[in-house]
Design a binder for this molecule. Sequence first.
Ligand code: NI
Length: 226
Amino acid sequence: MLLHIPEVLSKEQVAGMRGAMEAAEWSDGRQTVGPQGAKVKRNQQLPDASPLRRELGEIVVAALARHPLYHAAALPMRTLSPRFNRYEGGGEYGFHIDGAVMATGDSDVQVRSDISCTLFLSEPEEYDGGELIVSDTYGEHEVKLPAGDAIVYPSSSLHKVTPVTRGARIASFFWVQSLVRDDSARRLLLELDTAIRNLSASAADQASILQLTGVYHNLLRRWAET
Ligand code: NI
């Protein structure tokens, strides 16, 4: 499930983060991938050990925690501390699949990557190229979102970032281990959750809403791994 999560960060929050990153030292993005990824990755990242990365990552995680659609879609159990990248001057990341198990240097916590998330921090008009292309059984999807918006997609998808030929594309990216490992099961739960919310906002029969809510929780109980 490829899903657009709008307005994770406000424009003010984005501006604050962009300002803080202006004076930052960036490192070669190939430092955090294996040999296969290193062949096709050409970008820069805030170093894992950078206090600024941790500080900004905490802002991202706190913003996600307040976002109901993100929660309903991702059902997050563990989230890897967000990283930040910058593509410019033809920088790109060719087709690859993200590693299955991830860890950051600042903790022993390992995360099985069920969901990949990119949070855009540059406006689309600030750069040319830099589309995130996610390939799934329905074909290739091109993603370029306003600053502050995020996209979530299954980590099992082949994906790439096209070359940035003008300006700079700055984003945050991270992985999530979901309570529900199976993407299609998560999608069913999101659809059921959305329908229940919509019915609750209407004058629908309360007993039926209660029954559907029970079905939601009993499916989650069946599928959740903790
Ligand atoms: Ni990737």
